[in-house]
Ligand binder design. Sequence first.
Ligand code: SAM
Length: 217
Amino acid sequence: MAWSNAEFREQYSKLANIYDPGMWLYRAIGMDIEAYRQAAVDVLLLRPGDTVVDLGCGTGLNFPYLHAAARESGRIIGVDLTPAMLEQAERRARKAGWANVELVEADMSGYRFPADTDGLLATLALATVPDYDDILARAASELPAGARIADFELQWPERWPTWLARFAAWLNRPAGVTPDIVHRRPADAVARYFVEVEAREVYFGAGIICSGTVPGS
Ligand SMILES: C[S@@+](CC[C@H](N)C(=O)[O-])C[C@H]1O[C@@H](n2cnc3c(N)ncnc32)[C@H](O)[C@@H]1O
């Protein structure tokens, strides 16, 4: 069964200190998560001065890419459930000297998007939340017309032999990947609620980067 918020918070409190170094596990198998982060930020089409929300921002590994795109005049809002992950994000922003990063401890299911949001990013985060479809529906109705969304997720790789896909899901168990969430498809929800939708599979179908625009522009 999928984890509750309390279970996520408890597990990510334990993982917070080792989350960033733990990324080497993906690198070791040739999965270039950093390139996927960059690609997700690229498709947000941010401009200097833009406001961007990073949902489930964790330790802030997307911030360098967001900062490079929105620049110092922009606003980066990182939202996460786990205080320990946000502490790491705060440390990252302080070390880099970024004064335009705001961190919000919140459940993304109830988070209200600032009215001037230009971009909404989520990486490795939306699929863990059971009501991701509602979150995306709300984002499409609350965000201003023309705002952009980008999401990067790992997904069940349909083309892989079942045993290998099961093994990959099992390896991600410490991050909250349970059997019932591996078939969730935030990219399908993005296609339901946004326009100008594009999606690209990466790592032989085990990852997907999708993007879209809030309708009405
Ligand atoms: C796998 S980490 C991804 C972190 C970051 N986005 C990245 O790409 O490295 C998942 C993050 O989602 C957060 N999270 C889980 N459920 C959440 C919820 N309901 N609302 C906000 N954040 C949540 C966890 O605390 C954790 O930091």
